[in-house]
Write a protein that binds this ligand. Structure first.
Ligand code: AMO
Length: 430
């Protein structure tokens, strides 16, 4: 069975015998004519049938079609008088392949709006709407673009284990699951330790995968399972890592603007190419600025949502927040011995944190000190620490929240909109 769509037909197809298949979006009768709008992920096609003595049974079948049923219809291509399509199929035969049972949980044409929870409960049907198709097509193309940018820069794509025996980055936000013999293991919250280890052999690696965090942050930007793009590279410093991060953002936006205007228009998202290099504000400058705005904040405090919102009034596009004090960054981030500030950065889009990274500690003794200082159990890191005896190069990297980046690309305000089956504290199905 081959499906054709009206926007595929050309003048030369007039009179061609075709079979089209798809989902019934609409059925309208106009005098003795019945029009069927058929949709699939490529677009729309229009079918038409005139009621005549010889076609009255087929006419009744068409008229009574339930919306969203799957049909296949055969006929000939003719010119259409409709405003929406240039060509239509004058049908001679129709088969219902699967009947949609009404009432449906939602109307995928979007004409009747449904709340996000209703939509997520019936996600597969929800995805049939042009708006959601645009989101997930952009997601597909964004992933391809990021992958290709990193490949062009010589990164090797890797897949690290998501089942881990020990808490890797500190125990806080890990899900534990039963493994064999009731032994508990954890789901990886990031590939941090593995990607660092890989720099001793594979040089420059990247991974695109889902990770798991047992955080109870029920916000529009947190999920308990999220997709991250991670890189790690030997002999790279934090400045170079920031430029790589910037490059995936810029290339992706350029590519979507060049090739996916249709989806961007559907979402009415006015995406613009940001200027480079992205602005850089240090943590200390942020604190000074917040103080100058009469905010009660002290050096060493974390930047809360409201603080970031104030900083974002001045910087409403992409910018880096750099040089954080050690207590606000993970144990593996390197410190500048002169300033005692970490060689770290966060990539922000206004108030939204998109990525974090930096230069790592590559000397075993310093790392041990930092693990102890963070109050983490040293024995959990024994196999990781042994790698540092095998020739650990200086290295840097970052983790980039891909779902959050999708919020920027699509203009969506809730991360659940850009993830097929989002998982949060209250949602583990479908
Ligand atoms: P971090 O914990 O900052 O750093 O995570 C990196 C980025 O991942 C995204 N992110 C999330 N997205 C959705 N839901 C969540 N619950 C969530 N948690 C994090 C954010 C964040 O900036 N190992 C380091 C990275 C590194 O240094 O390489 C790490 O995981 O966009």
């Amino acid at each position: 069975m081959r499906s054709h769509f009206s926007d595929e037909f050309e003048e030369k197809d007039l009179g061609l015998e075709v079979t089209v298949a798809g989902w019934v979006e609409d059925v309208r009768t106009l005098g003795s004519l019945v029009f069927i709008t058929l949709r699939d992920s490529h677009g729309l096609s229009q079918l038409v049938l005139k009621k005549e003595a010889s076609s009255s049974e087929l006419y009744e079948t068409c008229r009574k079609l339930s919306k969203q049923s799957v049909i296949s219809a055969s006929g000939t291509v003719q010119r259409s008088r409709s405003k929406h399509v240039d060509y239509e199929v004058k049908i001679t035969a129709l088969e219902t392949l699967s009947r949609a049972i009404h009432p449906l949980p939602l109307d995928p044409t979007g004409r009747v709006e449904a709340g996000l929870d209703v939509r997520l409960d019936a996600r597969a049907l929800d995805l049939r709407s042009p708006r959601n198709q645009a989101i997930f097509k952009l997601r597909h193309h964004a992933l391809q673009s990021i992958r290709s940018t990193l490949l062009q820069q010589g990164f090797l794509e890797v897949s690290t284990s998501k089942i881990i025996g020990q808490a890797a980055e500190g125990g806080a936000a890990l899900f534990s699951v039963n493994y064999f013999d009731e032994q508990s293991v954890f789901l990886a919250q990031s590939p941090q330790l593995y990607k660092e280890q890989l720099t001793i052999a594979l040089d420059k690696v990247f991974e695109i995968s889902t990770y798991f965090r047992a955080e109870k942050s029920h916000t529009t930007r947190h999920l308990n399972e999220f997709t991250s793009v991670d890189i790690e590279a030997s002999f790279m410093n934090e400045e170079q890592a920031m430029r790589v991060c910037e490059s995936i953002v810029i290339s992706c936006i350029k590519e979507l603007l060049n090739t996916r205007q249709e989806e961007l228009n559907t979402l009415k998202n006015d995406l613009k190419i940001p200027t480079t290099p992205f602005d850089e504000i240090t943590y200390a400058e942020s604190i000074d600025y917040l103080k100058s705005m009469d905010l009660e904040i002290n050096y060493g405090d974390d930047l809360s949502d409201s603080s970031l919102a104030i900083i974002a009034q001045k910087n409403n596009s992409f910018f880096f927040l750099t040089k954080w004090p050690q207590q606000l960054k993970p144990f593996y981030i390197a410190e500048d011995p002169n300033t005692h500030l970490t060689r770290s950065f966060d990539l922000q889009y206004g108030p939204l944190e998109l990525a974090s990274g930096g230069m790592r500690i590559h000397q075993k003794e310093i790392l041990i000190e930092r693990i102890n200082g963070a109050g983490l159990p040293l024995e959990s890191f024994s196999s990781h620490l042994s790698v540092f005896d095998w020739g650990m190069p200086p290295h840097s990297g970052w983790g980039f929240g891909f779902d959050r980046f999708m919020m920027v690309l699509t203009g969506m305000k809730n991360i659940r909109e850009v993830v097929l089956y989002p998982r949060d504290q209250y949602r583990i199905s479908p």
